[in-house]
Design a protein around this ligand. Structure first.
Ligand code: ADP
Ligand code: MG
Length: 640
């Protein structure tokens, strides 16, 4: 459903049969029609205004492209049927239907284009996807004592421990035994569900890890990623651990992303982004590359919308993940080639690799080893695929990937038109294709960036280039209001107008509710945990000050009492402001307006309140501090 996570409804095979003479018998029966269609109540799922509770009908239909699987519980087995979910009038109430539609769009538009290149026998093209899932793991007992983790999936306060990730000793470090056990059981479980996981390692932050699968067809991969997230949580729970999939569970440490490795394959299993061995394969590679550059160039704003969430707002642009500005990284060899094609230079002038002379134009032999890495780019070419690095760890990848697919389909369509016109004027196909590639490379210059995406220079440069700079979810939501930005989704038949509007409302709603839950939780923790702890400490310190006999101690305790009073005062006054602003924003009816106000008024207050609480944590006795600290959550389970 549009919650972003999975949903399940279980039916037993039980059936009551009346045989002769009204004798009732219970049998177990399973019919084909049960497999194909179901009808759960849809009214309690988000629909973004597409339906009201009195039109509750919703249907599930088997997605036969996604394999059935058997889930083994403690005492039973459940046959699971992956389904799409839609309403009475055929409106998609899920993220999967648009993803399937986007794959059809890619298929249709890519085949048309490839035929122009001379791939006359191409039958199908599908998008492929492999999502690297990052996550944190802490002891479940700590999580249970943190209302913020339980309510919001992240810590809303917590002073930085003396040691965080500055020693850079966690990335690819040795995996603690307890975590290794967790990984092994999760992987076995995932294999049983048919999910081809392959890689596991420690990530940058303490207690942060990653699991990555072998890539699959995009829609299966998206199903498998949701199942992977569920499985990680379930097995963690079983082993006394707690798995955090939030983009920013701990301030001051790296957050979690979900790099979506994305490409396209034809029906022969050839990767369209694999630089080939033959001139034709290389020509195709360059043409497809041009199409993708155009897709990102034309739809950078909507691609940004696809990764927008309150959780990802903490990550994007925070010097640990790509900035919120979408650009493409090609790598030095490829950008040299692009540059040479653009400027009409002969290959080999700056690129010292084997060249293949095609007679009319030169097409280089591109080896995947020649592309380097750029961890700062939101959309990086990594040798034979793109890595959409800006996707958040908790995201349902169907959404960003269906937008990406739709953008690529739209670009294929435009490119087919352009190239057809060029081919009509000449009989030299390869030359025309190279001219096409050149035109697109020049046209999409503004989206190409090879430098450090974290730097201020890039932000300034991006502004000069006129790239969309949408720093947070509230800003990104404006894009939905521009028909020019969203229309390709309707044209490529990925979303209907009504579905598009519903996605807009759901995004706003999720933002508003997430922030409301966060601020209410922080309010509660501050009022019922933090303030009483400061009060106790203050009473102790005041008593010592009162009884102090030496002037030295008196002076010290004066300062101590003042520090505590100041922090308490600032917490109380910020809380007062929070209450006023929350009340004001609650009264706003327009959801878009509400989103903007929450971003501009509640978010800064939330951060101020947190800062004061974190200060208090450093002043109050450990004995009196009622919440598990970062030090305890992040480091202790690694040694137990
Ligand atoms: P690296 O990023 O270190 O080069 P891999 O080549 O193993 O690592 O790829 C990382 C992820 O990219 C894996 O999940 C892998 O399955 C996926 N991947 C590889 N090739 C493709 C492809 N053609 N399409 C989509 N994903 C791919
Ligand atoms: Mg990684």
């Amino acid at each position: 459903p549009l919650t972003g996570s999975t949903a399940e409804k279980h039916d037993a095979f039980i059936h009551i049969q009346s045989s002769n003479h009204s004798e009732l018998r219970v049998i177990e029966r399973f019919t084909g029609s049960q497999l194909i269609q179901g009808e759960p109540d849809a009214s309690s799922f988000p629909s973004g205004g597409m339906r009201s509770t009195f039109e509750a009908r919703g249907y599930t239909a088997w997605d036969p492209t996604s394999p059935l699987f058997i889930f083994e519980g403690e005492g039973s087995r459940t046959l699971c049927i992956p389904t799409v979910f839609f309403g009475y009038h055929g409106e998609a109430l899920d993220h999967k239907t648009p993803l399937l539609r986007s794959n059809s769009a890619v298929n249709e538009k890519a085949c048309e284009f490839l035929k122009l290149l001379g791939d006359v026998d191409v039958k199908t093209v599908t998008s492929t996807l492999g999502a690297e899932q990052e996550y944190f793991l802490i002891d479940r007992r700590f999580a249970a004592l943190r209302p913020d983790i339980i309510m919001t999936g992240r810590t809303l306060l917590g002073a930085p421990p003396p040691r965080g990730q500055q020693l850079e000793d966690h990335y690819f470090g040795s995996i603690p035994t307890r975590v290794q056990n967790f990984m092994e059981e999760s992987e076995k479980e995932l294999y049983r569900l048919g999910i081809p996981v392959k890689t596991r390692h420690n990530e940058v932050a303490p207690s942060q890890f990653e699991i990555a699968p072998i890539f699959e067809n995009a829609s299966i991969s998206a199903d498998h990623n949701t199942l992977t997230m569920e499985t990680l949580k379930r097995i963690a729970n079983k082993q006394g651990l707690f798995c955090l999939l939030h983009e920013k569970p701990f301030a001051g440490l790296n957050g979690s992303g979900k790099h979506c490795n994305w490409s396209m394959s034809n029906d022969k299993g050839e990767n369209l982004l694999e630089p080939g061995k033959t001139p034709h394969q290389n020509l195709r590679f360059l043409a497809v590359l041009a199409v993708i550059l155009r897709a990102v160039n034309d739809h950078a704003d909507m691609l940004r919308v696809g990764i927008a969430s309150p959780g990802n707002d903490h990550r994007l642009g925070a010097n640990e993940a790509p900035p919120a500005i979408i650009s493409v990284f090609l790598g030095s060899l490829l950008s040299d080639i692009v540059h040479n094609i653009e400027t009409g230079k002969k290959m080999g002038e700056s690129v010292e690799t084997k060249m293949i002379n095609l007679g009319v134009s030169t097409i280089p032999d591109i080896s995947r080893d020649y592309t380097d890495r750029n961890r700062t780019s939101p959309f990086a070419f990594t040798g034979n695929k793109f890595e959409f690095r800006a996707v958040g760890s908790s995201a349902n990848i169907s959404q960003p990937v269906s937008i990406l697919n739709a953008a690529v389909a739209d670009s294929f369509a435009k490119s087919t038109k352009q190239l057809s016109a060029m081919l009509a004027k000449t009989s030299k196909r390869d030359e025309a294709v190279m001219d096409f590639v050149k035109e697109v490379f020049v046209e999409t210059k503004r989206i190409q960036f090879e430098g450090d995406n974290y730097s201020q220079e890039w932000r300034d440069e991006a502004k000069k280039r006129g790239l969309p700079i949408l720093s947070n979810t509230a800003e990104a939501m404006q894009v939905y209001k521009s028909p020019a930005a969203t229309q390709f989704l309707v044209e490529q038949k990925v979303l209907t107008e009504a579905e598009l509007v519903s996605r807009f409302h759901i995004s706003l709603e999720r933002f508003i509710k997430t922030l409301q839950i966060e601020i209410a939780t922080l309010d509660e923790i501050t009022t019922t945990y933090v303030i009483p702890a400061i009060e106790k400490q203050l009473a102790i310190s005041q008593a010592i000050l009162k009884d102090a006999t030496t002037s030295g101690l008196k002076a010290q305790y004066k300062t101590r009492v003042t520090d505590l009073e100041e922090v308490l005062g600032s917490i109380l006054s910020t809380l007062g402001e929070v209450h006023t602003v929350v009340e004001k924003t609650n009264a706003i009816h327009d959801e878009f307006e509400k989103t903007q106000r929450i971003q501009s008024e509640i978010v800064p207050l939330r951060d101020t309140l947190r800062k004061a609480c974190d200060k208090a944590e450093t002043l109050v006795s450990d004995e009196l501090w009622p919440l598990p600290k970062y030090r305890e959550m992040l480091f202790t389970h690694q040694i137990s």
